[in-house]
Design a protein. Structure first.
Lengths: 373, 373
């Protein structure tokens, strides 16, 4: 393999490929990036067995392809070296005894390589009928719910996001069993098969971080045991989590004893301040109580002091509520709404709290109250 | 005590006062900020026994002083509360049973206070003849050398910066015994007594972070066991480190077998890249060797690979040098020069390397070479 390529061009794509490498991986080949140089351009591949990333640099962006071939190089070293070289043309050339020479006018690096045959076959296949979404729609949907996934490995299915498609409706759901976040997306056309998969939250986070071109499409190619994301010059494969995702729709009530509407920012800031006088060990409990068109948010740490915040609300009837919940969970839930007013719905002090935008329910956040005595 | 004050004004000064509090302090009173409200304005005081900070808000910036008095409040809580309140007028009022009420239109915090008598007397005195420097001169001098102080408590004097004044010359020195950084400042007038003190690096870092008004003066009031810094609305007291600072001037040779001059940025970037193939456990050793008007910088990690960087140099004679040193130490030393060209002086491969700007020696950096076999 022999190539001349501008530092900026190579670095842009190494920035993607490096995301497929886990710094904690003990298997040397999984710390490497594979360079595949063809007459069409340069592919960079990386995988840590959880996620696989393939990015493509078209021949038009390459200064010269002198000899096609394959190379497998330590990801960390090649990334840092290219990152620290100045913006000029870099020569990369395979030399004898599995070594690669990386040179510019003043720098000359010689790195040991690994036999490309040892690199895993990534099987980045496509289905005929992918799920196609605008990148900004996919990104905002995932961002609005992914925080509610569990980080506990004791129930693996809860560490992922559930994608469920029935007819024209895609539901993305995340829950850690104390709270739940669900985002609905109406698809312009239905897939021939229904979908019900669980994608690891960690990998979804990597995917949404790499989305840059909001107006363009992202394709999800869904298989039994993996999903392949395709967008721009990138192909990312994630394994799926085995198991059955809980039927979350039955946890979300459809009728409520009380609904209140209020300004999102004012509520967020009031809870943020009240949370100063809560303890993390005690789940950051705060109290909310209504009295007419005012809601009071209170909390205290006996040895420090107490706080009372007031906000204006609109109620749908004369009921009042007095309920306690985690300020952290409430703040994480409400900050993901992209609207001015939100609606919070109650069925008494021991039933789940449901939060939606005041004018639509495409995003539903659920929080379990905390019983206090 | 009773005051009305804008959130922005109070927060600006709490930002200073909070720096006097160590989060690790187990003595409750040392986690507190003292509010002293007089007819002239509001003083905020904090100390962790290593550093003490006093800041002043003039009455002109206060909305109303309703009742003078003193209050001692948990620093962490009052800081976070004021930070999270919106930019409006805040009422702060002492109420019965050592409690303070902090209120705005929608928020009401009640915090427990500590008896002001328990707060240490800070003794922020002045001398008649302080050392006076421009803030930008002081800040750049300290920034250029402070990284060379030791973090090891085994030799306490090396954890501070030595300020030495003889006649009209101030020398600020830092060393961890492997490297040394010295900055000379010519004073416009001499003090009547010579000065030789050691100021803890940690406290100096806090002081230079609070300097914002480069063109104004900073006063150093030097006592036997403390130094009081005075600038803007701030007074900061630091304890001094007891002990005798080593006589560092005899470590700095005045004649050299070889001097080379080179471009600072090119040298820095070459060492930065070469350092990629060094090990921290092995002190990040890199090699520098000259051959005519070229210097080669090389390093290697046998299992990964090797690197050779070339840079142009100008020499003062026909001698050549081959020497090894820590890339980390060299990068930290040279990045603090504010010039394009630097001069590196040698006395063979086992004697200290001296670095200065090419055109003046107000800043001297010394690095011990590392013997390799």
């Amino acid at each position: 393999m022999k190539i001349k390529i501008k530092q900026k061009v190579l670095l842009e794509h190494l920035n993607y490929a490096i995301k497929g490498i886990s710094s904690k991986n003990l298997i040397p080949i999984l710390n490497c990036i594979k360079f595949e140089l063809t007459d069409e351009g340069l592919y960079l591949l990386s995988t840590d067995n959880e996620i696989a990333i393939k990015t493509f640099i078209d021949k038009d962006k390459i200064d010269s392809i002198d000899e096609v071939g394959e190379l497998v190089i330590s990801g960390k070293y090649i990334y840092e070296i290219i990152r620290k070289l100045s913006d000029e043309v870099i020569n990369i050339e395979e030399v004898i005894d599995s070594q690669v020479l990386i040179t510019t006018q003043s720098s000359s690096f010689k790195l040991n390589c690994i036999d490309p045959k040892e690199f895993p076959n990534l099987e980045l296949e496509y289905v005929n009928e992918p799920l196609v979404l605008k990148q900004n729609v996919f990104k905002s949907a995932i961002s609005q719910i992914i925080f509610a996934t569990s980080t506990q490995e004791s129930r693996p299915v809860l560490t992922g996001v559930n994608f469920k498609i029935v007819d024209n409706l895609l539901e993305c759901t995340a829950t850690d069993s104390y709270r739940l976040a669900k985002r609905k997306i109406n698809l312009s056309n239905s897939l021939s098969n229904n979908v019900d998969i669980i994608v690891p939250a960690k990998n979804l986070n990597e995917v949404i971080r790499m989305l840059v071109d909001d107006s363009k499409d992202i394709e999800l190619h869904i298989f039994v045991n993996k999903v392949v994301f395709k967008f721009g010059s990138l192909i990312i494969m994630s394994r799926l989590i085995n198991g059955t995702y809980p039927d979350t729709n039955k946890s979300i009530p459809s009728s409520f004893t009380l609904k209140i509407n209020t300004n999102l920012n004012k509520l967020y800031n009031a809870i943020d301040r009240a949370s100063l006088l809560t303890n993390e060990e005690e789940k950051n409990i705060i109290n909310l109580s209504t009295s007419g068109d005012i809601a009071y948010i209170t909390s205290n740490i006996p040895e420090i002091g107490n706080v009372e915040e007031k906000i204006s609300i609109k109620k749908n009837n004369d009921e009042e509520i007095k309920i306690a919940f985690s300020s952290k969970f409430m703040m994480e839930a409400i900050k993901n709404f992209d609207c001015d007013e939100i609606e919070i719905s109650f069925n008494g002090e021991i039933k789940p709290i449901i939060i939606t935008a005041s004018n639509n329910d495409e995003l539903i956040q659920l929080i379990s109250p905390i019983r206090t005595f």
